[in-house]
Design a protein around this ligand. Structure first.
Ligand SMILES: Nc1ncnc2c1ncn2[C@@H]1O[C@H](COP(=O)(O)OP(=O)(O)OP(=O)(O)O)[C@@H](O)[C@H]1O
Length: 271
């Protein structure tokens, strides 16, 4: 790891700091000089119109995309040059927008694979760890944490969509992250499933620092401690939810509302 540690005292420094982060795809500047500070224990929502660069930002933070410029410091260490697996080992986990589960394996088998990856058995694939309590216990605990303990033996393909999304979060938790990056955890969910996901994330708050990309504004305003609004790859505002709700520039740029037309933002859905 590149150990360019800062001299800042741990208590006062942010858990994650991105500075001058840039990423272009051809002529599209998807991430255009992003500055971001995430405090330990906070739940930060990142919102913005389609194509604003939210997923690109998460991929840069997770180490799945290499920035053209900029720096990412996690817990005082410069992780900019680290690939995704090393960032996961350092405590930075991503849960995916597109499902990354093994559909024919059970929920428990999927969780076991995530725990195996954490303890360094990732490439002894597929050696079921069914008899190993050191793996089974954390795998079952991760399932219980997301409310799937009763569904451990069910193949992923037979789980409801909402349960699959819960399982994705369990897999991320199985790596014992300090920072969890969530890309649209409620995408494609029914109203009831969304409510269950909001309850789950509400329970996880404080246990783990969370950066949440989300289009469902009810979920965002229910969960976020603070909100960053991205437009054309740039944060145009970062503030507490009440202030974001009232911010005229945010409403004009993102929420598409006439100033003062409503007392809360319109709900935006994924396409
Ligand atoms: N791999 C890629 N190759 C080329 N262009 C890309 C790639 N990934 C993203 N882009 C472009 O970068 C811009 C930002 O995309 P990104 O997916 O990060 O936005 P987003 O805010 O997550 O959008 P959405 O809300 O629709 O998921 C878009 O113009 C998109 O077309």
């Amino acid at each position: 790891m590149t150990e360019a540690r800062t001299t800042e005292p741990r208590a006062s420094r942010p858990l994650l700091r991105a500075s001058g982060l840039r990423k272009a795809f051809g002529a599209v500047q998807a991430c255009d000089g992003v500055e971001l500070e995430i405090a330990s224990g906070e739940l930060r929502a990142v919102i913005g119109p389609n194509g604003a660069g939210k997923t690109t930002l998460i991929s840069l933070l997770a180490g799945e995309l290499k920035p053209d410029a900029g720096q990412i410091v996690f817990d005082g260490a410069d992780i900019t040059a680290l690939a995704a697996p090393a960032r996961a080992q350092a405590g930075l986990a991503r849960s995916y927008q597109i499902t990354s589960l093994f559909p024919r394996f059970t929920a428990l088998e999927n969780a076991l694979l995530a725990v195996q990856a954490r303890v360094g058995h990732a490439f002894r694939f597929w050696r079921p760890a069914a008899g190993d309590p050191a793996l089974i216990e954390p795998a079952r605990a991760a399932l219980a944490r997301v409310g799937l303990d009763g569904r451990a033996e069910v193949p992923v393909a037979a789980l409801a969509h909402g349960e699959q999304r819960q399982l994705e979060i369990a897999l991320a938790l199985a790596t014992r992250p300090r920072l969890l990056l969530l890309d649209e955890p409620t995408a494609g969910m029914s109203r009831e499933e969304t409510q269950a996901m909001v309850a789950l994330l509400s329970g996880l708050k404080r246990e783990v620092t969370i950066v949440l990309i989300e289009h469902d504004m009810d979920a965002v305003f229910a969960l976020a401690d603070s909100i960053t609004v991205l437009v054309y790859g740039r944060p145009i505002a970062t503030d507490r939810p009440e202030a974001i709700r009232k911010d005229a520039e945010v409403r004009a740029a993102y929420l598409g509302e006439e100033e003062g037309s409503d007392d809360r933002p319109a709900r935006q859905e994924s396409p």
